[in-house]
Design a protein around this ligand. Structure first.
Ligand code: ADP
Ligand code: MG
Length: 322
């Protein structure tokens, strides 16, 4: 069974960044107001996530590491109404199969919390402890029991880039939650709770304060809102483009094309505009690939979404504000 667990884990946990993504989403699902992320050696030695969310009872804490133990879905119907980020109950079980875990968790209404130690899916210890309300997870020595995977991790700077990408996506989608990220005791981000525009400026720099245009378009089929960068702020790098569908980060080349097209040649040659755009749509109109690590989705009317996106961005760029 431990081999089966390791194989299943491979799907969810590809690298340290996958762990960061899953744990951040769990903290958001747990209604945390503040989430702290601490990593060492780009996550290969330590990933720690501390949240002030609802926490878990002793039973829930133990259950949370069982495969398909999710508290978030009650019937298959719920899949199409997913409002929480997690829905498969696979992340903690998968991480536990390939790492050493220490979890401290407490619900606010309970006096004592629970400490659980797990190593390669085996529960090594469980005891009642005093701790703050919320959940504090330590993931140590990722892939300690899968040397091939551990050896195939990339350099610290590449693995950190992936961690930062995942962190940015969750932090942008949840500006009302405070987030911080530390790497080897160095502060990478310290983002107070606030509005989306403030979150963008805190994350990408003060220069963005003058570079953002608000963007909004509503139709019965879909609504779009967010911020786009002024054409002159476009950059060569392609890592400051974010689409979220129902608050879930996605990649969508066709929609990216709509955004770029809306700038109508005002972008400097070979540059990509900044954007953080939220698309809200009835879940019955989308086909989410139910794979936990996939970020692609399909709309049942892609052309309409394309046209609405283009109209929204056009207005925001200001090309038609005569
Ligand atoms: P999923 O998120 O798909 O339900 P996970 O394996 O990520 O599956 O988590 C399993 C369960 O553990 C969750 O459904 C939730 O009940 C509980 N859980 C995980 N992380 C937290 C957290 N940070 N705070 C409170 N509960 C949590
Ligand atoms: Mg989850």
């Amino acid at each position: 069974d431990s081999i089966a667990n390791q194989i299943a884990a491979g799907e969810v946990v590809q690298r340290p960044a996958s762990v960061v993504k899953e744990l951040l989403e769990n903290s958001v699902d747990a209604k945390a107001k503040s989430v702290q992320v601490i990593v060492r050696e780009a996550g290969r030695n330590l990933i720690q996530i501390v949240d002030d969310g609802v926490g878990m009872t002793e039973t829930d804490a133990r259950m949370s590491f069982e495969r398909h133990a999710t508290s978030k879905i009650r019937s298959s119907d719920d899949l199409f109404r997913i409002r929480t980020m997690g829905f498969r109950g696979e992340a903690l079980a998968s991480i536990a199969a390939v790492a050493q875990i220490e979890m401290r968790t407490r619900r606010a209404e309970e006096e004592l919390g629970t400490l659980i130690r797990i190593e390669g899916s085996d529960i090594k210890a469980q005891e009642a402890i005093s701790c703050l309300p919320g959940t504090n997870l330590l993931i140590k020595n990722l892939f300690f029991n899968v040397p091939a995977r551990r050896n195939f991790l990339k350099s610290n700077s590449v693995e950190m880039r992936h961690i930062i990408d995942e962190f940015q996506r969750v932090a942008l989608a949840n500006p009302e939650v405070a987030f911080s990220l530390f790497h080897n005791d160095q502060e990478i981000y310290n983002l107070p709770a606030g509005k989306l525009s403030r979150r963008i400026v805190d994350m990408f720099g003060k220069s963005y304060r003058e570079q953002l245009n608000f963007c909004e378009e509503q139709t019965p089929y879909v609504t779009v809102h967010g911020y786009i960068g002024k054409p002159e702020s476009a950059k060569k790098a392609r890592n400051e483009q974010f689409f979220f569908v129902n608050n879930r980060f996605i990649k969508h080349n066709y929609l990216h094309h709509a955004v770029v097209g809306a700038y109508e040649g005002t972008l400097p040659e070979g540059s990509h505009p900044f954007y953080v755009l939220f698309i809200d749509i009835d879940p019955s109109h989308i086909d989410i690939n139910i794979h936990p690590t996939k970020t692609e989705i399909k709309f049942d009317d892609e052309r309409s979404v394309y046209a609405i996106m283009m109209a929204a961005v056009r207005k925001a760029v200001g090309l038609y504000n005569l």
